[in-house]
Design a protein around this ligand. Sequence first.
Ligand code: SF4
Ligand code: SF4
Ligand code: SF4
Length: 497
Amino acid sequence: MNLEENFSWEFLKNVADALDSYRIRALIDAKQDILKAGIYDESQYDIILYRMLDEEKLKYSLFNDLKNNSKNNLKTLIKFSDLNSIELSKTLCLLELLKNEKLILLEELVDEIEGDENNPAKFIFKDYSIKINDDPISQLKPIYEPVKVIFDSKICSGCGLCAGICPVNCLHIYNGFGKIDEDKCIRCGLCYFVCPRTFLPMKILNMTQEKASKIKDYEKIGHFLEAYSARTKIKEISMICQDGGISSTCLHYLFDKNEIDFALGAKMSNTLWRPEPVILKNKEDILLTAGTKYVNNPNLQILNQKELKNKKIAVVGVPCQMQAILKSELYNIGIPSLNTIKYKIGIFCMESFSYESLLEICKKLNVDIKNAKKMDINKGKFFIYTKNDEELNIPIKEISHLAREDCEICYDLTSESADISIGSIGSPSGWNTVLIRTEKGKKLYNKLIENDLIESKPIAEVKPGLSLLQKIAGSKKSKSNKHINSKKEESVRVPNY
Ligand code: SF4
Ligand code: SF4
Ligand code: SF4
């Protein structure tokens, strides 16, 4: 808290509300348990507590402001942002929390444009209607549940972030599925807060990426600045990479120039084709991670490793992992290990499988998994290339029932929340499609060109190009909408996107 602030009644009321917040009390009560667990030291604990207190204070400042107005809409939020010198996107994040905590009733007023198989329905934002819930605040203050509720409803994406930040280390993700040690859990709710499958303000994620000060609608592949088709010029990488080797080349450059100390990625475990998270320490380690793996890998789970503290990290991961990291940045709760993530390198992801499902696919293709050299999804088919140079494939339609259930509700193909997104769809074989999303991503990509590490062409110069990527991304969004709606009809819990 800033002691210079004016101690008005208004201010003190916000502080009192914040101190009464369940999450703050849970953290204070469990201080000794947290320090004993050894994930965070006392100074890190203090950072988490004070940042969270500041966030709660700002949230209640917005709540009390809304309460004092007779009519609340977008104009009110813009005024609040200006008065507090914060971005509109920050105010919208707080608004989302108030909605989740049922302190307000929030309605988005939109115009709807119908969708089809390849184009999801469009909702053109017009304004907000915000009403205060008049029940006494003490009855409304929620208890943030541990993410067990997400595991139990089978909507966990297996990103691993909850386990990576849990202050008492009582969560574990394996093979895409989560477990909790309920005896150890202190019910601080931090995991609920960072999880991309509890609530995820998609529009605000894109606004943050764009640094936009206006609310608008983002389509199919999210906000991006530039799009290219590219491939590596580094021989060691080109010899082992799946497509154009651009994600490995980014890491190569970042290690080479000491821009990062470590990177998180996925390597093959002792069980072939069952990946496991790995901390890459140098350029040579990059070769461990080459090739696409279709079994879920909870990279973010290892964010709690002591050697990562106060180090500069790049994370290479799938869209749900990029969403989890960006969401945590938005809510600025000061989790020390997250503060060190310097680069988010996102890869395209259509769906992932459990290891057991991958064995099923191999069985259908009549191949021993130990004989598989490379796997790929392309042109609507799942391919396995064997060590005896056979090419086997099966239409995705025939194996889509084997994909992880949570992937059905995933709306993001292209890692919309990354600094730079990389995949194969849209580019010729042996090349990557690269979407530059942030200034940081742009600077990194330009350095790869300046240092003669890659060949790069504007995506408009290659076939099939961006239109195919947009079509497939649009169809993933449509399918995700359908699944979410049908789950809602069955009253099954779905993420609040
Ligand atoms: S499981 Fe979640 S609620 Fe429980 S201690 Fe860990 S972060 Fe907190
Ligand atoms: S989606 Fe990620 S953060 Fe949420 S419960 Fe699953 S592993 Fe944890
Ligand atoms: S489809 Fe979505 S939820 Fe599934 S692994 Fe990929 S990014 Fe994560």
